[in-house]
Design a protein around this ligand. Structure first.
Ligand code: HEC
Length: 101
């Protein structure tokens, strides 16, 4: 009985878990794209790019959406944020926010 209850709980929880941000996917995108300018923990050498590691997730999320809407203007970031899906933003901000700077 206990075992059945456990597997039932597992089945109920699965969709919840798979819908949460995928930090691994966020890490892959951050490493492939964002790190070229922002670095992962530290900004890339001699570049004026803001560091993203350990920043407030809400803030990163909002900044990316503002770039998408061109409410915040930056030629580079308008193009990059424009290519991200809502899910990508979710994954990437979850990854960066939990990093220690
Ligand atoms: C080609 C270089 C480049 C790449 C690649 C890049 N960025 Fe940026 N990013 C910038 C620059 C330059 C700024 C500052 C723009 C401004 O003045 O608003 C910036 C700003 C930001 C900000 C705002 C930070 C703040 O302190 O307000 C966020 C968030 C951000 N980028 C996220 C990302 C993410 C996520 C990725 C990867 C998907 C990424 N960037 C890839 C150059 C880049």
């Amino acid at each position: 009985m206990k075992k059945r209850l456990c597997s039932l709980l597992f089945l109920v929880w699965m969709p919840v878990v798979t819908q949460a941000a995928n930090i691994y996917a966020g890490k892959m995108q951050a490493q492939a794209v964002c790190s070229q300018c922002h670095g992962i923990r530290k900004p890339s050498a001699d570049a004026p790019f803001p560091s993203l590691a350990g920043r407030d997730r809400e803030y990163l999320d909002q900044a990316l959406r503002q770039y998408q809407d061109k409410f915040r203007v930056s030629e580079i970031m308008n193009a990059i944020a424009g290519s991200l899906s809502a899910k990508d933003i979710d994954n990437i901000t979850a990854y960066y926010a939990r990093l220690k700077p």
